[in-house]
Design a protein around this ligand. Structure first.
Ligand SMILES: [Zn+2]
Length: 447
């Protein structure tokens, strides 16, 4: 008896509920080696030097195999992703997601956003909050957001104990205490991935020095938003002597702190710092990405080490929009897609000490993005509303978190409605799916 005849016979015997299960699984047996197979996509995995058409097999939430041709019969569920790029889940190391506290005009409140509404639909599976919380508020942030998000949320801890609560808090040198910050970072090792200093307007080096001290004590990098431009603490000195190798200078294309000289040349100290191992991050945000800085810098070969959004309420609907829009800006400036993907996956994962993320090595968490490059005429805005035209735009088709589909723009993983039984309910299966879990009554009917 042929496979399909056997299926039909079985289905007739068991009725439409069983037929439903069979149709929605890729094969009749539950013994397949893989839960899910992404078939025929163009894999870009810079960590493993893969930039070619490959199948990706997933089992128990992990990447199980990446190979030229994996037999679909070995997988419980197959998704055809031919014509799309398959990348590691994107890692955005500069966001603000400490919301829900009720505090107005504060990044530890209303200026932050809930991550899941912005990340998964953009292929982002991991974010690092950039200093919205400090050691006094981290536990609240953890309970309120980190533990309740489908996105993997990590954090740079603000050197300010109160975190990013605005004006008087962020200028208070007395609340920038390295010891409790480092102690909190050590207690939450892996979750707290670095120390942040930001928004300081005074002439002192104290915030940077305290942040570096906390970073040294906790053995994590420091991320610097260099605040107001002060002649007493020049950029050159920051990046060539105050910061350590692996510390991160964010907002690199803002132009607000002499990143570019008057002739339009990149500040030479940035090149010097890069040789020392200092990291340069985009941190686009609402005020920190300007074409007249970024275009000449990229033309001169100064790509960022990491592409990040600085997502918050002031950037989400302005020039920044989302991670893929920021990545598309680099395509528009002429960067090859593999260079762009590297800076949104493996590079940032490494920078935050999470080398298990940002790649598709067998055994890695199966966080993946399936992306499409749309071709046409597009416009990309900087933070001053200036447009740069481009011909390519990255679109997220599908996002997987720990091997489960969490976003599916065009229903690549789904059956057409008119192929289903007349009384169909929830489609999908817990082996590969977390979207819209079936209500109890439907689960009973369909399993
Ligand atoms: Zn920020």
């Amino acid at each position: 008896m042929s496979h399909s005849v056997r299926l039909k016979t079985l289905a007739r015997r068991a009725g439409s509920a069983l037929l439903f299960v069979l149709c929605c699984s890729s094969a009749s047996s539950a013994q397949q080696k893989y839960d899910l197979l992404l078939k025929g996509g163009h894999v870009i995995d810079p960590r493993n030097a893969i930039n070619a058409v490959r199948d990706v097999a997933i089992a128990s939430g992990k990447v199980a195999a990446v190979a030229g041709a994996i037999d679909p019969a070995e997988a419980f569920k197959v998704i055809d992703v031919a014509g799309h790029y398959v990348t590691p889940g994107l890692v955005d190391i500069h966001v603000h997601v400490y919301t829900g506290t009720g505090e107005r005009a504060s990044y530890a409140g209303d200026n932050s956003v809930y991550p899941d509404g912005f990340t998964l639909r953009s292929g982002v599976t991991t974010v690092a909050d950039a200093g919205s919380s400090g050691w006094r508020s981290f536990e609240d942030f953890k309970q309120r957001i980190i533990e309740r998000s489908r996105t993997r949320v990590l954090a740079f801890l603000n050197i300010v104990g109160q975190g990013m609560r605005g004006g008087k808090f962020e200028q208070d040198l007395a609340d920038m205490d390295a010891a409790p910050a480092a102690e909190t970072a050590r207690r939450h090792k892996g979750l707290i991935v670095g120390i942040k200093t930001a928004h300081y307007s005074g002439p002192e080096w104290t915030p940077v020095e305290r942040a570096v001290e906390a970073g040294r004590l906790a053995n994590v990098p420091v991320m610097v938003d260099f605040g107001s431009n002060r002649p007493e603490r020049p950029l050159g000195e920051l990046v060539t002597s105050k910061l350590r190798p692996r510390d991160i200078y964010t907002h690199v294309y803002s132009g607000l702190r002499n990143e570019q000289d008057e002739s339009g040349r990149l500040n030479p100290s940035l090149w010097e710092a890069r040789k020392r191992g200092v990291i340069f991050d985009v941190g686009h945000g609402g005020g920190s990405f300007v074409w007249r800085i970024a275009v000449p810098a990229v033309q001169a070969g100064f790509l960022p080490d990491s592409i990040s959004t600085d997502l918050h309420t002031g950037s989400m609907n302005a020039g920044m929009k989302d991670m893929l829009n920021v990545m598309s800006k680099f395509l528009a400036m002429g960067a090859p897609i593999e260079d762009v993907v590297l800076r949104a996956t493996w590079n940032p994962a490494r920078q935050i000490g999470h080398e298990e993320l940002g790649h598709l090595s067998p055994g890695a968490a199966a966080d993946l993005a399936v992306l499409r490059v749309e071709r046409g005429t597009f416009g990309f805005l900087d933070v001053y509303g200036a447009r740069l035209r481009g011909t390519q735009k990255l679109i997220c088709e599908l996002t997987l978190r720990d091997g489960k589909v969490v976003y599916d723009l065009d229903g690549l993983a789904r059956p057409d409605w008119n192929t289903l039984p007349r009384d169909y309910r929830q489609t999908g299966d817990a082996r590969w799916d977390t979207v819209a879990p079936a209500p109890a009554s439907a689960t009973k009917r369909n399993q």
